[in-house]
Ligand binder design. Sequence first.
Ligand code: MTE
Ligand code: MO
Length: 305
Amino acid sequence: MLIRRPDPILPSEITPEAVYLERRRFLRQAAFGSAGIALALAGCEGESAEEAPPADEPTPYKDVTSYNNFYEFGTSKEDPARYAGSLKTRPWSVVVEGEVERPGTLDLEDLLRPFTAEERIYRLRCVEAWSMVIPWQGIPLGTVLERFAPTSRAKYVYFETLHDPAQMPGQNRGVLDWPYREGLRMDEAMHPLTLLATGLYGRELPNQNGAPLRLVVPWKYGFKSIKSIVRIRLDERQPPTSWSTSNPGEYGFYANVNPEVDHPRWSQRYERRIGELRRRPTLPFNGYADEVAHLYAGMDLQRYF
Ligand SMILES: Nc1nc2c(c(=O)[nH]1)N[C@H]1C(S)=C(S)[C@@H](COP(=O)(O)O)O[C@H]1N2
Ligand SMILES: [Mo]
């Protein structure tokens, strides 16, 4: 019988998630010295904590970067990976204005230099009920906003995506009122879970995922997580947002994931993790209720959906 030795793995065949997971394993081992010490520290028997599958398995890099929503490059989920190459992400700057004592401009390098990008694994859920688990790198938005000294009149934060139809051909079509706009209430913006993401899977953010800088608000529907941001404005009043302007009956300003409130055209009770066949029950606030439900205490979430 011929025993075939496995072929050596070419670097080009190593998936980004394999590289990422290996690096994480290495960092964890370095932190604990050895797997044995990690086991003793965790106080568990049998399997070490390192080998136990995480409750939320990250979605493969290929799916995270090839099944996207980014209407500036087309309305189908395959369009952004195919067409977002036309977006030029350097140089890049973000205007920060409005209710701040120190308005100014952030260029991307300035933004990254004084901060260390943190690594967070977050679920992202879309209103159409698909979800992914993505290892993001980024900076808590609140840390960035504090540099500009919000005034006491700052109640909301407004965000705008680049408006340049030459680079973003989808903006030649009237599917949305361009530029893409989003907003958060100040307490949502300052919440430590809210991230300005600069990368995923340990790599720079791919264009289709919102390079070079996008918002990630893990307890809300994906549409809140605005991509390729060029303007941040602190406002006294609730700002207009793209989806709630184009279809206010279907997309509210708050966009809290809520299994109890159906979307007009479909139930929100279940979701499908990309790559899984079985549906999962939708968790309130996308599974982050312990951290964020208090922000909405006393609000009627049927009305503020
Ligand atoms: N500028 C801009 N940002 C956007 C969108 C968009 O069309 N344009 N789509 C939103 C929606 S509906 C979702 S679900 C997420 C998708 O992010 P992902 O492609 O990285 O998964 O991006 C959000 N941010
Ligand atoms: Mo979405």
